[in-house]
Design a protein around this ligand. Structure first.
Ligand SMILES: Cc1cc2nc3c(=O)[nH]c(=O)nc-3n(C[C@H](O)[C@H](O)[C@H](O)COP(=O)(O)O)c2cc1C
Length: 353
């Protein structure tokens, strides 16, 4: 099915189209025993979806968020030290929240998953999507898609290790590459994972080889949903606007959509989908609201780490929030140049008065 594939970069909010029709296909989402509700969730985003980003997303309308991927061995080695404790920090207002694991050895997944459950994560998600090769050359993330036996062993071990009421889910790319073998392995893993008790699978419609080049294949997502029948499938890829989220539901029939790059610096996307789905005008945050949310996120960052780390994180986020500003390139450059907390707040004073 044809669609505009050129929106593969975040677009400013004010350039969004609105649509008056209300799709009747948005049904409340559940992941196993965990009730999610509105079926638009925030994806796991390495380097971004830390506690503060997740809290901001939840306060602004995301029904579920995922922490950034953690390597299983890293989780097992984590101590309650100040610098690293934030990785296992789950606050009351975040529930339901998912913790995501990636690794190479099936035996490491069970103990790491148990540690995430003890930390308070409500769902354990297994990453079969990351296209970054391990420095040690070990097979992990998306590269497990080339070895269904190992992938399914990981699923079995994880499912067996965590309590029954904690759902185990998967994140998969649509294959390692475009070959028929890769496609067959994808469906072998998908079917095998559901047979082993996985509650939902999020599919990113790009291959591992593709990384982030070219469009996410939504036709494939439609095929996966048709194949999976009543099993829960979430779609991922190219969700940069509220309209794109609704389009994915309509085009693919998935049960939920997972907003990734489209939520970095635009946590309003969740309430925008809600409004659009209800036939209401698109809420657009004014500069004052943007400033309030950035200040909130900065404060949350300081609480979970320290001021230098918060500054590094919020410099990066500021550059992403700048995409909503009418003078986005100047504001982006100003955030990039902020070398101190005063400098960072100075950007707000100058551009977000
Ligand atoms: C910076 C960045 C970090 C990501 N980190 C993760 C991650 O930790 N776990 C994961 O499953 N996917 C991760 N992804 C993939 C996204 O969740 C999503 O599947 C992908 O970006 C496609 O969606 P999009 O085109 O709407 O951004 C990451 C993507 C980006 C761009």
């Amino acid at each position: 099915m044809a669609r505009d594939i050129h929106h593969n970069q975040p677009r400013p909010i004010h350039s969004q189209e609105t649509r008056s029709t209300v799709p009747s296909i948005l049904k409340p989402l559940s992941i196993g025993a965990v009730t999610i509700g509105f079926p638009v969730v925030q994806a796991a985003l390495s380097g971004y979806s830390d506690g503060p980003m997740r809290i901001v997303a939840r306060r602004l309308g995301a029904s579920y968020t995922l922490a950034e991927v953690m390597i299983d061995r890293f989780v097992l080695d984590l101590k309650a030290r100040h610098r690293t404790r934030r990785h296992l920090l789950v606050t009351d207002e975040e529930h339901p929240v998912g913790g995501q694991l990636m690794g190479s050895e099936p035996a490491d997944f069970g103990p790491a998953a148990q540690k995430l459950v003890s930390a308070g994560f409500d769902v354990i998600d297994i990453n079969f999507g990351c296209p970054v090769k391990s420095t040690a050359g070990a097979c992990r993330g998306g590269f497990h898609l080339s070895q269904p036996d190992v992938a399914l062993e990981i699923v079995s071990r994880t499912r067996a290790a965590v309590p029954d009421h904690i759902p185990v889910t998967l994140k998969m790319r649509r294959g390692v590459d475009d070959s028929t073998e890769s496609r067959d392995r994808f469906f072998q893993i998908l079917d095998g994972a559901f047979e082993r008790g996985v509650s939902a699978i999020t599919v990113h419609g790009r291959t591992v080889e593709q990384k982030y080049v070219g469009p996410s294949n939504w036709d494939f997502l439609r095929e996966v949903k048709q194949h999976a029948g009543s099993k829960t499938i979430l779609g991922s890829g190219d969700l940069f606007t509220a309209q794109a989220c609704l389009d994915m539901f309509q085009i693919t029939g998935v049960d939920g959509v997972s907003v990734a790059r489209g939520a970095i610096g635009n946590p309003w996307i969740f309430s925008q989908v809600k409004a659009l789905a209800a036939g209401l005008p698109l809420p657009e945050p004014d500069l004052f609201e943007q400033r309030q949310v950035m200040e909130l996120q900065f404060g949350l960052c300081v609480q979970v780490s320290d001021v230098p780390q918060a500054l590094t994180t919020m410099r990066m986020f500021g550059m992403k929030f700048a995409q909503l500003h009418p003078q986005h390139s100047e504001v982006r450059n100003a955030f990039a140049a902020a070398q101190s907390v005063e400098g960072w707040h100075g950007v707000l004073d100058r551009w977000y008065r």
